[in-house]
Design a protein around this ligand. Sequence first.
Ligand code: NI
Length: 214
Amino acid sequence: MIRVDECWAVFIKITIARVDSLRREMKIEILTYGHPTLKQKSESVAGMTPEIRGLIDRMAEAMYSNKGVGLAAPQLGQLLRVVILDVDQVKSETKPRAKGKLHVLINPEILWESQEDEPYVEGCLSIPGVDGKVYRPAQIGVRFRNLRFQDKEMQAEGLLARVIQHEVDHLNGILFVDRLGFTQRALIAGKLSKLRKGIRHPISDERREDKFIF
Ligand code: NI
């Protein structure tokens, strides 16, 4: 015999599962390669407002739900100089990845960069299924405004320096594929022209897990 309260428990469980799956379907859209906004220069932010705060919240949701480690405002269609990143996400057996420290960089400005360049195979949330080796300075100094709009400076190296430079490029309408050499570009030309036509390359969850995309 089934008790009424058990029926309710099952009903509630199903409803929660349904709401969860709807929420997943209603993911915030990240603009993809070929969208003209991605080629435009963003404007500086004048001060912290509820709108900017809301934008940062949407950016964090979009970045984490797409298993990215960095995101720039123009990727959500907002031509504003706002960048977020979290390169400390711990890769683990259990999905999703554990969140690390979320950096918010408003109006970031690269003050200096090291002489030596370093290669790294980059991927971008706006260019799904495509990656390429990009050379960038290994260390940088960056000035920015934080969440409280305070003036800050920091030094970065490794993945942190890499992601900041990639995101600052986004604010200037530059994508990582623009920085590839002729041969590498030729190799991905077919995938890029498909993306322009709106054909996305499916990325498996395993691939998302074992690679950092920003
Ligand atoms: Ni990107």
